[in-house]
Design a protein around this ligand. Sequence first.
Ligand code: ES4
Ligand code: ZN
Length: 319
Amino acid sequence: MTRQLLKAEIHCHIEGAAPPAVTEAQARKYGVDTAAFLRDGAYQWRDFSEFLIAYDAVAALFRTEEDYALLTEAYLAELASINTIYSEIIVSPDHGDRIGLGADAYLAGICDGIYSAKEKTGIEARIIVTGERHFGPDRVVSAAEYAARAKNPLVTGFNMAGEERMGLVADYARAFDIARDAGLGLTIHAGEVCGPFSVTDALDLVKPARIGHGVRAIEDEALVARLAELGTVLEVCPGSNIALGVFADFDSHPLKKLKDAGVRVCINSDDPPFFGTSLAREYEIASQTMGMSNTEINDMTRTALEAAFVDEGTKATLL
Ligand code: ES4
Ligand code: ZN
């Protein structure tokens, strides 16, 4: 039973964790019609571009500090209930800015949710500020500058998510330089929608400790060897990949192949209700569908904790 195993994840987008029922309640509260992206209790999208549009529409329904505090606490409480001891939450200050809440209140709400969940359940969490690639290089630089000056003890990393097909990693490298100089841990979405070249570009130009997804590295044997050699951690999100059609089915998903090749991998939920999944289900899939042993599953949890952007003192209590 994977239920009893301790779990951890280091890749979940906060708005992507909003259950459809919560989003519907938000829409009612603000008088917004959700038909374009949420019908019959399910998020509606057909491909990655539509997914990003739906995601941004959902984000625009969380409008106050309290909206974000409740969303964050509910997500973490659910994780804690399935024995999860650590989570890194991907947050985009642009979403706070876009809705007129402002980045500071957006972040404060998320921090409130983290502190409440910690108090009630003991779950530890940290925040990764992300730039959204499809908002353009200037906004991604602004997100990095915001993260760098936040001096918030919960903000420990910087990421770039969004439309991987927009521009080249080189266009966004300056944002990562700013975040690196501020001492933040670096991770970047790559090798999800685009092929191995995007992972190579990320390694060459960003030198991140971790990569979000990175699974399409499997198409290039030399790149897989390079990832293993570097010890770069891949934040793998199998259910997300299948839902978005990156791989046809779980049997052809490369999680186990990457692990067997010596790549450091871990299991993550990404945007669970958008992809009909949960962290519990992702662990279940690794175990039941992919046939990974409890030892292998525990290795991946340990990898997530080892790769966590958290101070060494806290990390020691988790490992
Ligand atoms: C995302 Cl699955 C995925 N890929 C890229 N950007 C994202 N933002 C939220 N989910
Ligand atoms: Zn993601």
